[in-house]
Every structure is written in C-alpha cells, then in structure tokens.
Design a binder for this molecule. Structure first.
Ligand code: ZN
Length: 461
C-alpha cells in the first residue's frame, strides 16, 4: 500500500472544475494516485506531507498533438519554415526523416517528454508516423519505454502513410507501409498496451497521418479497427489539403471523412484551420475534437482559429505543441500563451476573444475530453492526482498574483514549473526529473543525434 500524500497550505488551487472553483490556502489529500479531498486543515495518519506554501497548483496540462521524433530535427539552419512553401518544406524535411532510426525515436521521445514535464504536462499524445527501414515496427514500443522511465501518461497515436508518390502523395517510398501491415501493428499495440481503466498510464490511438498520403482503405480499415477495439481515431485535417481532396475525390476533407465515418466523439483532428462555418458546426454537432497547435500556425502563416466560436458550437478544442520540426520546442505552457495572444489578434473584429483562463481549459479539461479521459483534466475528488505547481514567491510574478486563473496564458511563466506530479507521484521537483540522470541522458541523446542525424545530414544544419 502506497502512503497517502497530503499537499498542505497551497496558496491557491485552480481546479478547472465545472464551477471554476479556486481554493485559497487549502490542502489536497491524495490516496492511491487519486484526489480524495480538497479543503482546509485536512489530515490523515501516516501521510507523506508536501508543503505547498506560496505555490499555485494547476491541473496537469494535456498535450493532444505532437511528433516526438522531430525533436532531433529542430533548429535546422537551412530549413527555415516561415520562409519556404509547405511543399518545399516537406521535400526537404522528409529527406532527413528517412534517416530516423530506433535510437532517435527513443532519445527524441525522452527529450520531448522531459521538456513537457518541466512545463507542467502530465499526459501527452504523440502522433508517430515515422516508420523507416531503420526503425522497423518498434517506434511506439521505444516511446513506451521512454514514457515509462519518466512516469508520464502517454497516449500513442499509431500513424502511417500508404500512398506512393507515384500516385500523388508527398511520401518517399521507403517510408510507406501497406494497410495490412499498419492495421496488424495497430492491433498488436492495442493488445499489448491499451488500458482504458481509470488512472490508465498507456493508451493507443489509431492515427493514419493524413488522407492525401494514404489509400482510402487505410482510413476505412482504421475506423473498423478503432470502433471494434473501442480506441480513438486521429489525423491531420483542414491544414491546406482541401484543394487536393476536391480534385482527387470531388469533395472536401471533412465530407470525405464523414462518408467513411471518420468523425464523432471518438475522433479529433489536428489543426483544422481551413474549416468553413458549416464544417465547424458539423464538428460541434458530432462532438468531434480539434487540436489547436499555435506555434506551427504562426510560423506557417496559417489562418487563426476562432476558438470562441468553436467552443460555442460545442467543439472540444484542445492544445498541442505539434512536432518540433515546426515548433522547435515541446513547451506546452509556451503554446498556451501564444495561443491566447493569437486569439486576441482578431478579437475586435470577431466580437471578443476567449479569456486567458478559457485558453488554460483547452490544455486541461478540453484536452481530457479530447482523449476520452474523464479521470483527468481538473482537480476534484475522484480525479487522478495529476498536477503542477508554480512558485509565486519570485520577483518576476510579483504584482500578478490576484488572478491565478488567467495568470499562465496572460503573463506566462519564466522558466520551468516548481513541481510536476502524475498519479500522486512527484516526477519533477527541485529542478530535477526523478526518472533519469538528466546529464547522462542528454549526453547519450546528443551522441545519437550527432551520429544518426546531424553528421549524415550536415548540409541542412
Ligand atoms: Zn502534426
């Protein structure tokens, strides 16, 4: 039996619950990884006590779109995303993607997850579509290993691309799979890792990369498998491919997805900045989610989502970093603030923006809904004890502490959080990750990056 944990004297607990409660000068009691009680002067025999004086406590952030493997392909000097077209970017970046091996998958995942944890993330989804002759079928298995070491909740999106360039995709031939290979591996991963119980640490999502780079049967079979196994579906959509879908299939991407039933409460799309008003209403009516990734939207110069309208339509809008080839970082707090700034950009023309607190909820409660986790996303009795704390007794936050709900998106946080906890277990505190020797893993990761990526592809760096 694990000892209960009592978090004492938190300056403020920002719950993100349905009534938006904030508890001042209060405690949190945790038993077996779940929150037992929030209130004042709590006590329990034999508890591990954690003093949270001067700390603001938030629900752990939930990242709903990422590509960890790109973390070793960031800050590429000659591939300057804002200054080239998307097609030029794809042509260049895929030359490097082909060189990714199993060690890059492991260490880039460790790197991305470390960054996420240090900035308050406790549950991460990754869209892993990089299957090369060097990785074989092991990427999700290697990612599970990394997530296990850091003790973060991990939802793995098993991606794929099946359509060759000769038939109109943008994929190099040696990164293609067949639909059968893909479906079989999804089934293997679901059987091996997927756990849908409350408090689950591992889940699998069936996530073909994008409709224009696969045969339709890949998506059709994905829907069948996911519904049969009760797992979720994810893909990139509405990110500039509608013209191609219209010329290829005579319909826009969402209509195509609707036709094959790749829509509904168990589905979410990354980006969707091309959506028309009617399409947004359809997402809302069907409960289909959208993962908003602010950083690549800004770097790529894409239209800015109208999140206020989307939330009014009932769309679960969540937050994602997206891959490091178009973000260069895995800091979700950074994306939170940028996302808020982007919403404000059009607020006067659009009749108002979402509040900074509403943006925080995209990264907490809406993220949980998107991933189908009613045990995550808020701090309340019965939910997982996933949270992070920031220290308010620092000069850079002086004068901003009267409104903890809006603080993170509005003021931002300089540096790392003070503590991150997953399922009642401290995974980061005192500036140190608990699961790994940081200097040693950074050294090994750099060695892998040098050997597999930086040297063989030196002309891009
Ligand atoms: Zn993406």
């Amino acid at each position: 039996m694990v000892k209960p944990t009592l978090i004492r004297n938190a300056y403020a607990i920002i719950t993100c619950d349905s009534e938006d409660h904030v508890f001042w000068d209060s405690d949190i009691l945790i038993e077996n990884g779940f929150i037992k009680q929030i209130g004042r002067n709590l006590s329990i025999e034999g508890a591990e006590v954690l003093d949270a004086s001067s700390k603001f406590i938030y629900p752990g952030l939930i990242n709903t779109h990422h590509h960890f493997f790109q973390t070793f392909i960031r800050n590429t000097t000659s591939i300057d995303y804002p200054n080239i077209t998307v097609v030029e970017w794809l042509d260049l970046i895929y030359r490097i993607f082909q060189g990714v091996d199993s060690d890059v998958i492991y260490y880039s995942t460790l790197t991305a997850l470390s960054d996420l944890i240090k900035h308050g993330c406790t549950c991460a989804f990754d869209h892993q579509y990089c299957y090369t002759t060097l990785t074989g079928k092991t990427p999700v298995d290697r990612q599970m290993e990394a997530a296990e070491r850091l003790h973060i909740r991990y939802h793995a999106g098993r991606g794929t691309n099946t359509l060759p360039a000769s038939e109109g995709s943008t994929m190099p031939d040696n990164m293609l799979e067949t639909t059968d290979e893909f479906i079989q591996d999804c089934e293997r991963l679901i059987n091996l890792y997927h756990d849908s119980r409350p408090g689950s640490m591992r889940q699998i999502v069936v996530a073909p990369c994008q409709p224009i780079n696969s045969y339709p049967e890949t998506f059709v079979e994905s829907v069948k498998l996911a519904r049969d196994k009760g797992v979720r579906l994810h893909t990139h959509l509405g990110e500039g491919e509608n013209e191609i879908m219209l010329s290829r299939w005579g319909m826009r991407s969402l209509d195509w997805c609707e036709k094959i039933d790749f829509i509904g409460e168990d589905v979410w799309f990354a980006h969707f900045w091309e959506g028309t008003d009617l399409e947004l209403q359809k997402l809302g009516a069907t409960g289909t989610g959208v993962s908003h990734c602010p950083t690549p939207a800004v770097l790529g110069g894409f239209p800015i989502l109208d999140i206020k309208k989307m939330l009014n339509y009932g769309i679960p809008v969540s937050l994602g970093c997206d891959g490091s080839a178009t973000n260069d970082s895995s800091n979700l707090l950074d994306s939170l603030r940028l996302g808020y700034m982007m919403q404000s950009w059009h607020s006067k023309q659009r009749g108002g923006s979402v509040s900074a607190y509403e943006m925080l909820k995209t990264a907490t409660v809406h993220g949980a809904k998107t991933l189908g986790r009613d045990d995550l996303g808020s701090l309340e009795q019965g939910k997982c004890a996933d949270l992070f704390m920031i220290d308010t007794a620092v000069p850079e936050l002086t004068g901003a502490l009267h409104d903890p709900k809006n603080l993170l998106a509005r003021c931002g946080l300089t540096g790392n959080v003070w503590l991150t906890m997953v399922g009642g277990e401290v995974v980061y505190s005192d500036g140190t990750l608990k699961g790994i020797d940081e200097a040693e893993e950074a050294r090994k990761g750099e060695e892998v990056c040098n050997r597999v990526i930086r040297k063989p592809f030196a002309k891009y760096f």
